[in-house]
Design a protein around this ligand. Sequence first.
Ligand code: B1M
Length: 208
Amino acid sequence: MADLKALADSVIRGDQNTAVETTRTALEEGIAAKKVLDEGLIAGMDVVGARFKKNEIYIPEVLIAARAMKSAVELLEPELAKEGVEPVGRFLIGTVQGDLHDIGKNLVAMMLKGAGFDVIDLGVDVPPEQFVEKARASNVKLVGMSTLLTTTMPSMEKTIKALKEAGVTAKVLIGGAPVTQSYADKIGASGYSPDAASAVDLAKSMIA
Ligand code: B1M
């Protein structure tokens, strides 16, 4: 029987094999992928973040935990994407310049795919020019930006400015731990979401 608390602990320990095996067992037992994600993987990563903040653990431990989480998240992808049917729109997404965090961005991309969006993922450390170039070339209606660092939040503002200057009319959705609705309003983003599920709802409402 899959134990989601044990799954969280495996992420905290950075035990990739146990994280993957427990996730597999949970799915085989019919536990919803969203529950496995929230109560197992994200719960574990929250503890890692808190310990990192208090200097109880350091970057190597965080990297090992992130690797365990990523491998387990990959198993969830087909389940999270199951609802997907016809493409409902094209969504360009990336983590902004200077920022290498991609777990949250990947989750947003995955859930958008699940909701039927055709997702173009630019990866991490994406400069404003690359957002502009790709948004123009693929004629997207929605652009999403993620950041986890306070120091890279200004990259979001720069990118929005660059998109506007280039005449790109796509709506821009932003998110990531330090981002807020008031920051989104301040920099002229079209919308903000605190998590992947609400990002999907917002994206759908923006193209409705
Ligand atoms: Co970094 N890191 N990290 N880190 N790291 C944080 C973000 C930090 C809060 C840790 C801490 O101090 N407690 C801190 C930032 C402090 C700050 O800016 N205020 C921090 C720091 C300081 C750093 C470095 C600077 C450390 C250093 O080198 N001294 C460095 C920066 C490197 C860089 O980017 N240039 C660094 C490096 C790393 C690792 C590489 C080791 C690793 C990243 C691995 C990877 O992503 N492949 C890492 C990790 C794993 C973390 C923590 C522990 C976990 C992040 C995570 O994946 N969370 C993190 C602490 C924390 O967040 N608790 C931390 C799980 C993920 C599912 O959540 O990404 O928030 P999240 O995504 C959510 C929502 O935010 C939202 O939906 C997602 C799912 O619901 N969301 C969106 C995200 N993007 C969205 C976009 C949307 C909508 C919603 O629309 C488009």
